[in-house]
Design a protein around this ligand. Structure first.
Ligand SMILES: Cc1cc2nc3c(=O)[nH]c(=O)nc-3n(C[C@H](O)[C@H](O)[C@H](O)COP(=O)(O)O)c2cc1C
Length: 302
C-alpha cells in the first residue's frame, strides 16, 4: 500500500462531495461536512451570484464547506468568484477551463484550491499554477468533462506528474472503490453520482427515481442539453447523463428552437424523459434515497 499524501485541510473522512450544479447546494454540503467529510457547494451552468447567495446561508455557523464553480460561468457572472472567496471556503475549485489564473486569486485571499483535470498534461499545468489539490477525473465520471482516460490509469499518471495530494474521481460508489483508489495513492475521493439521490440534495423526486432505477449502460455522453439550453460549454466538453427520449431524439439532427422548448417543458414538468440528469458509471450502486451521512459512512466503510 502506498502512503497517501496529506490533504492540506482537516477532515476525518477524506471524501468530498463533488460540487454539482443543481444538486449540491448548501444543505448537502453542510450535511457532508457535518458527517466528517468535506462538503462542496456547486454552482453549475446556471450558477449565479443570486444562487450562491441563496445556498450559503443553508450552511450553519461553525460548519465549513468548499465551493466549486465553472470557468465559463465565472467569466459570464461578474462578482461570482469574489462572492465565493468572501465566503472563505475550505477549498475552491473552478472547473472546465484551461486558464488556471483563479488559483493565484484564491491564494491572495488565503483560500486553498482544487483543480479538476482530465489528463496528465492538465495535471502538470494545474501543478505549475500552484493548485493545492489535484482532482484526477476519469472518463467514468458523471457530468461534464473531457472523458479521456480511465480513472485508475489517470490516477497513476497524475500521481507521477505531481507531488501534491491527488483526489480520485469517477464512478467511486462503494467502500471498495474508495479503498482501491487510496491503495493506489489517492489522498481521498471526489464523489458526485453517489450523492445525487441524497435527501439533502437539490435533485427533484423524479430525478432521484430515475437515478435509482438506472445502471451504467443507461449513461451517454452528449451536448444536446447544453445546445438546447444555449449554454456556452466548450465543444469538447460533453456531459455524461442518463440516456432518455431527449438524447435519443436529438442525437442526429438538431433544431435549437424546438429542442429548447422541449427542454424547458420537461424541466417545468419535472419529467425525466426530457431533462438532463447527470450520472456516472457508478449509478448502478444507487438503490434508495439516503441521507448524506449514510452515503458517506457507507463509502468510508463505517
Ligand atoms: C449531477 C452532477 C453535477 C455536476 N456538476 C458539476 C459542477 O457544477 N461543477 C464541477 O466542477 N463538476 C460537476 N460535476 C462533475 C463532478 O465534479 C465529478 O467530476 C464527477 O461527479 C465524479 O464522478 P462520479 O459522478 O462518477 O462520482 C457534476 C457531476 C454530477 C454527477
Amino acid at each position: 500500500m502506498v502512503t497517501s499524501r496529506a490533504l492540506p485541510f482537516d477532515v476525518r473522512i477524506p471524501i468530498l462531495n463533488a460540487p454539482m450544479g443543481g444538486v449540491a447546494g448548501g444543505a448537502l454540503a453542510a450535511a457532508v461536512s457535518g458527517a466528517g467529510g468535506l462538503g462542496m457547494i456547486g454552482m453549475g451552468s446556471s450558477g449565479s451570484v443570486a444562487s450562491l447567495q441563496r445556498q450559503l446561508p443553508l450552511v450553519p455557523n461553525g460548519v465549513r464547506v468548499g465551493i466549486g464553480l465553472v470557468d465559463w460561468v465565472v467569466r459570464r457572472e461578474p462578482g461570482l468568484l469574489d462572492l465565493a472567496l468572501d465566503a472563505k471556503p475550505v477549498l475552491l475549485s473552478v472547473s472546465f477551463g484551461d486558464d488556471f489564473g483563479w488559483i493565484a486569486r484564491a491564494h491572495e485571499r488565503g483560500v486553498l484550491t482544487a483543480a479538476q483535470i482530465f489528463d496528465a498534461e492538465g495535471a502538470a499545468r494545474a501543478h505549475a499554477a500552484g493548485a493545492d489539490v489535484i482532482v484526477a477525473r476519469g472518463r467514468e465520471a458523471g457530468g461534464h468533462g473531457r472523458h479521456l482516460v480511465d480513472r485508475d490509469e489517470l490516477l497513476d499518471a497524475v500521481l507521477a506528474a505531481t507531488a501534491r495530494p491527488v483526489l480520485a474521481a469517477g464512478a467511486i460508489a462503494t467502500a471498495a472503490d474508495v479503498r482501491r483508489v487510496r491503495e493506489r495513492g489517492a489522498s481521498g475521493a471526489w464523489v458526485g453520482t453517489a450523492f445525487t439521490a441524497c435527501r439533502e440534495a437539490l435533485s427533484s423526486p423524479a430525478q432521484r427515481r430515475a437515478l435509482i432505477e438506472a445502471g451504467p449502460e443507461d449513461t451517454v455522453l452528449t451536448s444536446v442539453f447544453d445546445r438546447a439550453a444555449g449554454y456556452a460549454w466548450p465543444a469538447d466538453i460533453p456531459e455524461r447523463v442518463l440516456a432518455n427520449d431527449f438524447t435519443r431524439r436529438w442525437s442526429e439532427e438538431f433544431d435549437s428552437e424546438v429542442a429548447g422548448r422541449e427542454l424547458a417543458a420537461a424541466n417545468a414538468a419535472d419529467d425525466p424523459r426530457g431533462m438532463s440528469i447527470n450520472a456516472g458509471l457508478g449509478v448502478g450502486e444507487l438503490r434508495e434515497e439516503r441521507s448524506a451521512a449514510e452515503v458517506l459512512a457507507a463509502l468510508a466503510g463505517e
